[in-house]
Ligand binder design. Structure first.
Ligand SMILES: C[S@@+](CC[C@H](N)C(=O)[O-])C[C@H]1O[C@@H](n2cnc3c(N)ncnc32)[C@H](O)[C@@H]1O
Length: 294
């Protein structure tokens, strides 16, 4: 249950639960446009199988819409952060305090040393909190604040230039920790959602988008790619969830492939500002779709 999960009071200020990481494709800027599409009446479970930074989950929790949340995705480092925030927020805060000192003292030397931890033997058995603090620290100090990995799954983002990086936002982490209590959080590909979701549940899917052009493909959230085959499989999962009696909402780019894959369903458009692409002329407002089966 998420009854008390939506906020926490810090020195008289109420801090709303919100993403604790910046994430490519984060949906924070679209929540107001999405509002008319969210179910009005309570659902059973809430499933977000491409959770990313969880902008939609944090936005919806706390309003009594669902009793249990099931958050998943393929990026194991990211899921480690969720688990550490949910289960060990005090230890995580202490670990981030360590990075705050080091960052002030060492700058680039500390950044690149921490970034290299995932290349070391034994990294896979590193304790959860140390891993999570690493990812949050790198996310707050890396170039553009966007996590990206190479084909071996190693973080490869250069250091960003920040005068005072927001490495530790204790209020934000504690609000997120409360929101996540009771949530089931797993590393899993999107197809696993079919095993758990059923009649009366609400599933929100925010996959890596179909690229607008052949060169505009930011697809490196994790070592696995997400191409046309995966988009087609996701459309099949969408249709299967519909047959199972779930409510399903899906975000994607406004492209002929997406419109063809979901032509049997309701398709709405929203307007998003996108600046993932490094070519300046490709920044600006773009039309995106929201597919709904209700
Ligand atoms: C567009 S982002 C989600 C952004 C999120 N809605 C937010 O607000 O931050 C897509 C996410 O899907 C994850 N992903 C990629 N392939 C996946 C797969 N096969 N199954 C599940 N998740 C996947 C990526 O790691 C990435 O975090």
């Amino acid at each position: 249950m998420h009854t008390a999960g939506e906020s926490m009071v810090d020195g008289g200020r109420t801090i709303l639960a919100a993403p604790f990481l910046k994430w490519a494709g984060g949906k924070g800027q679209l929540l107001a446009q999405y509002e008319p599409f969210f179910p009005r009446e309570p659902v059973c479970g809430y499933f977000e199988p491409f959770v990313g930074s969880g902008a939609v989950f944090f936005h919806l929790q706390g309003r009594g819409l669902f009793e249990r949340a099931y958050l998943s995705e393929v990026n194991a480092e990211l899921i480690t952060c969720y688990l550490a925030v949910r289960d060990a927020v005090d230890d995580l805060i202490a670990a981030l305090q360590g990075h705050e000192c080091d960052h002030a003292e060492h700058g680039a030397a500390h950044y690149y040393a921490v970034r290299a931890w995932d290349r070391a033997p034994g990294w896979a058995s590193t304790p959860l909190v140390r891993r999570a603090a690493r990812m949050i620290y790198l996310n707050k100090t890396c170039y553009n604040g966007l996590w990206r990995v190479n084909s071996r799954g190693h973080c490869n983002v250069p250091m960003g230039r920040y005068r005072r990086p927001d490495i530790l936002n204790e209020g934000r982490l504690r609000a997120a920790a409360r929101a996540l209590q009771g949530a089931e959080i797993t590393v899993a590909g999107f197809e696993r959602v079919l095993e758990r979701a059923g009649r009366g549940d609400f599933v929100y899917c925010d996959p890596p988008y179909v690229p607008l052009s052949a060169t505009a493909n930011f697809t490196s959230y994790s070592a696995a790619s997400f191409g046309e085959d995966e988009q087609r499989r996701l459309a099949e999962v969408f249709a299967a969830l519909d047959r199972q009696g779930c409510r399903v909402m899906l975000s994607n780019s406004d492209t002929p492939l997406v419109r063809a894959l979901y032509r049997a369903f309701r398709i709405e458009t929203v307007s998003a500002r996108r600046n993932i692409n490094s070519a300046r002329h490709k920044r600006g407002a773009v039309s995106e779709v929201v597919v709904l089966n209700y």
